[in-house]
Design a protein around this ligand. Structure first.
Ligand code: F0G
Length: 460
């Protein structure tokens, strides 16, 4: 039996239908950087699944009843209740988005010269570690290096490498272990409960705090119920609670798995750590009962957290990703396997072998998806992760040349995804026609948001 979403669509938004000539002009004006495109020039927007999900009637009803009291609002207590039920953390603080949670927590846990260990730090997470004068070190499990294998938990941290680092000469410089569920920077792959339990044990042994970056906690929980022996009979809510229960605290953007336009939280157990976070939040975000969020956002989040754990919703969402993955494979394009839930990662390096890393095959494919079909997505390859010299020449390529197609929650239908796959299939029939790119200008940090590119003619 095919899965279907447990809702019907009641409010819709028109999407722009454009011609190739219009898109060529728009992309040239944007300096061939999709982040510079105005949204009204984009037909299918797969740039991110963050803050882009459709809210429910129940979320909007809760938002309408929000209480805007400065301190101790009713909205705050509803927000707290939803997170108490889910996480069990003694201290919970709202903040405006995930990167604010990172900045606040890390400034309380890290000091210059410390090391943060992770399966993979997301880019803002890495930036917040580095801004404190610390090192963000990724230790993905070895299985993650094989994009084609169907290993179920390629998001796991490498436990041997983690133990070696904690036990080795740098061990006393490790300030935290941060595990990202699901592993967004690592192909959207899930982390197993066995891995989280082993991290807990290592952190106990070496006296290091263990935090989760839980932006996609519900989708990770869903994949655990599908893939991990012993968890088939668990509900996603039970798995999520167990995961939070293993950690000393968390940062979590709520723009993903709370299906809310804005929001995040910090959860911690330690009272002294909570106190340090609270001072920082009051100084930089807002009073501890709203933390930079409007009351209606607190209520949208509280309601969204309940909706996201509905197994029928998660089954349908994962089903959409799997269906798109199947269509993409039929189109002759490989993805990072197995398909996760929030995004598919296209193997652009394999599709465009004639485009070398310094001409950015991932970026070429992302631009072509826009030019051919108005589809916006983002490169995760040498442009994003490679090392450049001051003349903007690539000096060290990324290990893989990928394009991330993020899937906003409750937003597109299967028909939209069939259209995406058709566009990709047309591109895959004539890969030699895809244009190449070089960097025209780029800032020294967070390059991909601001760089401008120059188009070079296709080789074919
Ligand atoms: N951690 C992870 C794993 C994320 O994916 C993100 C955001 C953040 C932290 C930061 O949260 O956006 O609320 O400040 N990811 C988005 C993306 C932007 O497109 O993957 P934020």
């Amino acid at each position: 039996m095919k899965s279907f979403p447990p809702y019907r669509i009641q409010v819709v938004k028109d999407i722009p239908i454009t011609t190739r000539a219009e898109r060529e002009q728009a992309l040239a004006r944007a300096g061939y950087n999709a982040f510079n495109l105005p949204a009204d020039a984009v037909t299918i927007d797969l740039l991110t699944d963050s803050g882009t999900g459709a809210v429910s009637a129940a979320q909007e009803a809760a938002a309408a009843a929000a209480d805007r009291s400065y301190a101790g609002s009713e909205s705050y207590y509803r927000f707290r209740a939803a997170l108490d039920e889910l996480t069990g953390f003694e201290h919970v603080f709202p903040v405006h988005q995930g990167r604010a949670a990172e900045r606040v927590l890390f400034s309380a846990t890290l000091s210059a010269g410390r090391i943060s260990l992770s399966n993979t730090h997301f880019d803002t997470t890495r930036a917040n570690v580095e801004l404190l004068g610390c090192e963000a070190r990724d230790l993905p499990c070895p299985e993650a290096a094989d994009l084609d294998s169907d290993e179920p938990f390629k998001g796991d941290v490498d436990l041997d490498a983690l133990e070696r680092t904690l036990a080795g000469p740098e061990g006393d410089r490790v300030g935290q272990v941060l595990i990202t569920i699901t592993n967004n920077g690592g192909g959207g792959q899930p982390v197993s409960m066995a891995n989280l339990r082993a991290v807990r044990a290592l952190c106990d042994r070496y006296g290091v705090p263990f935090f989760l970056d839980a932006a996609r906690f519900a989708e990770n929980a869903w994949l655990v119920t599908r893939r991990e022996p012993g968890y088939g009979g668990h509900s996603p809510a039970e798995v999520a609670r167990e995961a939070f229960g293993l950690a000393d605290g968390c940062v979590a953007s709520l723009k993903k798995d709370a299906i809310a336009p804005m929001g995040a939280f910090i959860g911690v157990r330690d009272a002294e750590l909570a106190r340090r976070c609270e001072v920082n939040i009051i100084a930089t975000e807002g009073f501890r009962t709203y933390g930079g969020l409007a009351a209606h956002d607190l209520d949208r989040v509280a309601q969204g957290l309940r909706e996201v754990l509905d197994p029928n919703y998660l089954r349908a969402r994962a089903g959409e990703a799997e269906q798109l993955a199947g269509l993409v494979n039929e189109a002759g394009v490989d993805i990072v396997r197995p398909a996760g839930v929030h995004a598919l990662y296209l193997n652009a390096g394999r599709l465009l072998p004639h485009i070398p890393p310094h001409e950015f095959p991932g970026h070429s494919l992302a631009c072509e998806l826009y030019l051919a079909g108005g589809i916006r997505c983002v490169e995760l390859g040498s442009l994003y992760l490679g090392e450049f010299d001051e003349g903007h020449n690539l000096v060290a390529p990324a290990p893989f040349e990928l394009v991330r197609m993020a899937l906003p929650r409750r937003t597109y239908t299967r028909a939209h995804y069939e259209y995406v796959a058709d566009v990709l299939a047309d591109i895959a029939k004539h890969p030699e026609r895809v244009a190449r790119y070089r960097v025209a200008d780029a800032p020294p940090i967070l390059r991909h948001f601001k760089m401008t590119m120059e188009q070079l003619p296709a080789r074919g």
